[in-house]
Design a protein around this ligand. Structure first.
Ligand code: FAD
Length: 385
């Protein structure tokens, strides 16, 4: 279904392909990947001038540019293959009000840009870009808040409402990313409130469900009931989840029941069950399958056929990250499905936590070659022959 590497890499020159090969070869080696990550952290701490090196390598592969404007080339290139862009301002780990306001303004700017360009069908933001992590943790576990913290909560929620209102007013669907489980209640609560408020006629506000969590299918079932009772539309981005290791470690350290599945097949099964539930309830759900997994992507194709939903129905999207699983993105787009890619952008040092997650995700486990690397090798061999 997605294995045509000629289609997958048609806009990559041999030079691009070679760069990607060396990059994935390096990060797929656990020793090299770990050493490079530590080296980068130390270099940033001591302010060594390594931005240029990062920018020419891992950043160039996974990011669009340092600003919205200089991500345009990436947006246009993807759009030539009928792949949309989601501009993702990826500055992470910020802890002051000035940065939170900047992140809000960036998101609003990206919504306004999306309004004018059909190549940008969605906008997105990360809630930890808008408030202190420690505050979201306190809200999530119902801790008593000081007066200052209550003010912080109000400011966080009004930033989110401001972004959601801009999205709904401009008719640009908006994804709200999911993060660590111990801050997620705060995010879910406000997001569901925003869905009720702005998704009255169609889904503009999308929450994210991480299906590695062992309670998310139940959460989805409950949300479906609430939406039918209270007459609003649900927008959902389904992902497996990016913080698996941290979730397990924290649960162990603090001695509570682990909130994530421990067996990959349980995550896969919940992901596919959630996808099926979304399509079975397509009259009130818009869904984006944010995954690099071929089986889940193939399942979505099957579900669309089974329920007679057209390939380009605006309620259903396939989505991958820039620089990952191009075989799914390009082959699905070529077949006429709706596809969109996250295009992270931002200053090099702010995007580092995102890049480290991508490196980790592509580090091989038990000597297995990563999916990305094996696709690149296959395409290099095809071009040679
Ligand atoms: C468009 C898009 C948006 C995204 N947005 C978010 C977001 O908002 N929040 C977020 O957290 N992530 C987000 N991600 C990242 C996403 O969670 C990871 O890319 C994803 O987990 C990788 O899984 P996969 O679906 O591609 O499939 P696979 O590569 O098949 O699965 C890998 C995933 O399975 C899970 N897993 C691995 N081992 C085990 C195990 N032993 N037991 C149980 N589960 C296991 C982990 O979640 C791991 O990441 C997004 C990804 C995309 C493509």
């Amino acid at each position: 279904m997605f294995d045509n590497t000629k289609v997958a890499f048609e806009d990559k020159t041999d030079k691009d392909l070679n760069r990607a090969y060396f990059l994935f070869k390096a990060i797929s080696n656990p020793f090299i990947s770990k050493t490079l990550t530590v080296f980068v952290k130390i270099a940033i701490f001591f302010r060594f001038p390594i931005s240029g090196l990062i920018k020419a390598t891992v950043y160039k592969h996974f990011c669009g540019g340092t600003t919205i404007e200089n991500s345009q080339e990436t947006i246009d290139k993807l759009w030539e293959a009928h792949i949309g862009t989601i501009l993702d301002f990826s500055a992470e780990g910020k802890e002051n009000e000035e940065d939170f306001n900047r992140a809000m303004n960036e998101t609003i700017a990206s919504i306004k840009k999306a309004k004018t360009e059909s190549s940008i069908p969605f906008s997105v933001f990360k809630p930890t870009g808008l408030a202190k992590f420690s505050l979201l943790e306190k809200i999530s576990n119902n801790s008593e808040l000081s007066e200052g913290e209550k003010f912080g909560q109000d400011t966080f929620e009004s930033r989110i409402e401001n972004i959601c209102k801009t999205a709904a007013d401009n008719k640009v669907p908006l994804f709200i990313d999911a993060e660590e489980s111990w801050i997620q209640n705060a995010i879910d609560d406000i997001t569901i409130r925003m869905m009720k408020k702005f998704n009255q006629k169609e889904a503009w506000i999308f929450n994210t469900l991480q299906l590695y969590r062992n309670d998310r299918v139940k959460h989805l079932e409950e949300l479906l009931i609430t939406a039918r009772e209270e007459n609003f539309f649900i927008g959902l981005k389904l992902v497996r989840g990016a913080y698996h290791e941290q979730e397990i470690e924290r649960a162990k350290e603090e001695g509570y029941d682990c909130p994530v599945h421990l067996r990959k097949e349980d995550t896969d099964s919940d992901y596919n069950q959630a996808l099926t539930l979304c399509i079975e309830n397509i009259d009130i759900v818009s869904v984006c399958a944010g995954t690099h997994n071929e089986e889940s992507s193939a399942l979505l194709v099957e579900l669309l056929e089974k329920h007679n939903i057209s390939k380009d129905d605006k309620r259903v999207y396939f989505s991958q990250l820039l620089g990952m699983s191009d075989h799914i993105s390009y082959n699905a787009a070529k077949k006429g499905f709706n596809v969109v890619k996250y295009v992270p952008y931002g200053p090099v040092k702010d995007v580092l936590p995102y890049l480290v997650r991508r490196a980790k995700e592509n580090t091989s486990i038990a000597g297995q070659m990563s999916r990305e690397l094996s696709n690149i090798i296959q395409e290099k061999q095809r071009r040679k022959s």
